[in-house]
Design a protein around this ligand. Structure first.
Ligand SMILES: [Zn+2]
Length: 272
């Protein structure tokens, strides 16, 4: 776990199977963690202003403002109004794509696989309750997608560089509605030819003060200083249950999308 998650609580988790997508509400200051559970798996990501769906994460504005097409830790993701929406607060891979559209029915028809699961339909289904239709799904950031750019601008899709457990963390700079799909593309090297799960966790805002009362109430340690005494910050995860981790060894069929939901709510994050 990286430093900017220390002391934060994971408040939501969604395990996303290839060909499906989930929508999540994220408040300003919260952190979105996107984990490539088994490695070499692309996550298509879109985001909207929670109060105005006409404002959305723009890969064009983001490329321009950063003068970069692959994104790096520390960079900011901007909206179509050039409003800062998210900051890349951690990234264990450093290779992502902002150039390719979501996979969609036409893409699979062209590859000879009509009716194939696809990111665009999955994202539209996930965003329907927010009022975003199929034709309104913005071009995504494709986390972990590895696109080589040749000298004359030719694009070549290669296997992702991400390995099991690789992740990005995005700090929300405004209230957002985001949607994430696990790309089901298995006909080209996008996902290493073997699509697998993406795990999303949302962490609440960094605590404003040491979480002394929380620990005292949970009786974490017998020799903790008495109330009113200064004390060091407790170790992360002390005295609380472990957050459910994805079954990295299992196949995608082994982990149902909803299984992580009830167990993870409000549990303290565990060091890793
Ligand atoms: Zn896709």
């Amino acid at each position: 776990m990286s430093e900017n998650l220390m002391g934060r609580l994971a408040i939501k988790a969604r395990q996303i199977r290839p060909g499906t997508a989930r929508m999540l509400n994220v408040k300003q200051g919260q952190v979105i963690q996107i984990v490539d559970v088994q490695g070499k798996q692309v996550a298509d990501f879109v985001a909207f202003n929670a109060d105005d769906r006409a404002e959305y994460l723009s890969v064009a504005a983001t490329r321009g403002m950063n003068a970069n097409v692959m994104l790096q830790q520390g960079q900011t993701l901007y909206s179509n109004r050039r409003t800062p929406m998210l900051e890349i607060s951690a990234d264990t891979v450093g290779r992502h794509d902002t150039l390719f559209a979501t996979c969609d029915p036409k893409r699979y028809e062209a590859l000879g696989a009509p009716g194939h699961d696809n990111c665009r339909t999955a994202l539209a289904d996930a965003l329907a309750e927010f009022g975003v239709a199929y034709d309104q799904v913005p071009d995504p950031v494709n986390w972990f997608m590895n696109v080589a750019i040749r000298q004359r601008g030719e694009l070549e899709i290669r296997e992702p560089l991400s390995e099991a457990g690789d992740q990005v963390q995005l700090t929300a700079l405004m209230d957002l509605v985001v949607a994430v799909s696990a790309c089901p593309q298995d006909l080209v090297p996008t996902n290493g030819a073997k699509p697998s799960d993406i795990l999303i966790r949302i962490y609440r805002e960094a605590p404003a003060a040491p979480i002394v009362e929380t620990v005292a109430a949970e009786g974490a340690t017998e020799n903790a200083p008495l109330d009113g005494e200064p004390r060091d910050a407790p170790p992360i995860g002390a005295g609380v249950d472990e957050v459910a981790e994805p079954d990295a060894a299992g196949g995608t069929d082994a982990v149902a999308e909803t299984e992580t939901d009830p167990a993870i709510d409000r549990e303290r994050v565990q060091p890793s």
